[in-house]
Design a protein around this ligand. Structure first.
Ligand SMILES: [Zn+2]
Length: 441
């Protein structure tokens, strides 16, 4: 059965950034069958449902780097220096988390993202089965990259490769490129695991033909020890030499790259999850996004965990990313509104290995967001380019009224249809209190 959505405007986020006013999106099952102007829309069978919904349709936003169950630690230890924040607040609480805690943390965060129009997230976390369960229920799209950390998995390499076996099993059970869930591999970082272990995990990701997701160059001195132990060779070069970049790789943050790093990353076509809000909140630095894009690198947007943001509302990144590029270059033409929106949609999806996501085109997955154009900040519009500018500079999660993922409506009239948000809030509140209490005893 075809569902036809008729809107005042359709922002496709395709290569040409086509906008149809008024526009039509036809959905069959989980995919888009036709997109265009209302005038040119093909005749429909009698069985088709036509919904004149008005407003503006755009692809669901893609969050390329998150640790969403950290909703359970949101706001905790705020304003502490990074190392004390991690060692005194975050890690003690995370160490006490159960799979059920992670499931509720993910459930709350998944609803928060869907209500903001963020339909896909790439998660680096433990408790992968619990996260998959939460998203199976919420109806969102998930790239689950099970995390590997030295403190938990140091023995899991070489002969004792138990964590790798687990990840391969999760991949076997849940990786479904035609469905809503795919499974990658996530070594935390080179400075945490060392080069050899990252190389082993990269080989696993290549064997599974999936994405390798790691933190890279987030803070200035994180890799000093590692590099000193390797004769001063830079981390990016060490990883490249070890073959870590031979497959599909997504590097989160990517702030402290020098010119030689960028050249290597560009040659290896490493994608980057740019997390400007987290990078600013933690005082980490400003990523050289313009230089990466000039090299043809795929740069998407990410929120990072909600303990370092503190929301999962990717609209903040949509606005901040071009602002940072512009202020760094002292040039308001350095990144356009259209480029920013593409980073949040099609380009971000490409970084995750999801070519059929992040654009409204025939054959693409029907992940669609409706924005209310009656919002005061969207007035006036005297030409289509202003409409696009409004989406990026004035758009925000409050404008999101309806959301579809894989053709299924998951948000209607600004209410999440798939998650009991009252229950999720109560569960996270109670569980967060327990983690806070027990981590102090
Ligand atoms: Zn992160």
């Amino acid at each position: 059965v075809t569902t036809r959505l008729v809107a005042d405007a359709v922002v496709t986020c395709d290569d040409a950034m086509t906008v149809h006013e008024p526009g039509v999106v036809d959905i069959v099952d989980d995919a888009i069958s036709w997109v265009g102007t209302s005038e040119a829309a093909p005749a429909l069978a009698d069985s088709a449902a036509v919904r004149n919904i008005g407003g503006l349709l755009l692809p669901g936003l893609v969050n390329t780097h998150a640790h969403t169950p950290m909703t359970l630690m949101r706001g905790a230890g705020d304003d502490l220096p990074l190392l004390r924040w991690l060692t005194e607040v975050m890690w003690p609480r995370e160490g006490l988390m159960t799979p059920d805690d992670a499931r509720w943390g993910m459930t709350l965060g998944s609803a928060e993202m869907l209500l903001a129009g963020v339909t896909t997230s790439c998660e680096m976390y433990l408790f992968e089965e619990a996260l998959i369960e939460a998203v199976a229920q919420s109806g969102a799209r998930l790239v689950m990259t099970p995390g590997v950390l030295s403190i938990l998995h140091a023995e899991s390499f070489g002969a004792g490769r138990s964590r790798m076996d687990t990840i391969a099993e999760v991949h076997e059970a849940h990786h479904d490129p035609d469905g809503r869930i795919t499974v990658g591999v996530a070594p935390h970082s080179a400075y945490d695991l060392g080069i050899d272990h990252c190389a082993e995990l990269a080989e696993l990701a290549r064997d599974l033909d999936t994405v390798l997701h790691l933190h890279l160059a987030e803070t200035r001195h994180e890799a000093d020890e590692l590099e000193a132990a390797h004769g001063g060779v830079r981390t990016v070069q060490l990883l490249a030499d070890a073959g870590v970049f031979d497959g599909r790789v997504l590097a989160a943050h990517g702030i402290w790259f020098d010119e030689s790093d960028l050249k290597t990353l560009g040659e290896c076509q490493v994608a980057v999850a740019h997390c400007p809000v987290s990078n600013l909140k933690l005082g980490s630095g400003i990523a050289p996004v313009a230089a990466m894009q000039a090299l043809g690198m795929t740069v998407g947007l990410g929120t990072d965990g909600p303990a370092s943001n503190d929301t999962l509302d990717l609209w903040e990144e949509v606005k901040l990313a071009p602002m940072l590029v512009r202020v760094a270059a002292h040039d308001p033409t350095a990144m356009s509104a259209a480029q920013a929106l593409q980073m949040a949609t099609r380009v971000g999806a490409a970084a995750l290995g999801l070519p059929d996501v992040g654009h409204l085109s025939p054959g693409a997955k029907a992940d669609i967001v409706r924005l209310d154009l009656d919002h005061l900040a969207f007035s006036p519009v005297t030409n289509p380019s202003e409409l696009l500018a409004h989406v990026v500079w004035a758009g925000c999660s409050r404008n999101v009224t309806d959301v579809w993922v894989a053709g299924r409506q998951v948000v209607a009239d600004s209410r999440c249809e798939t998650v009991d948000v009252g229950e999720a809030r109560a569960q996270v509140q109670e569980r967060a209190l327990r983690l806070a209490r027990e981590s102090r005893t």
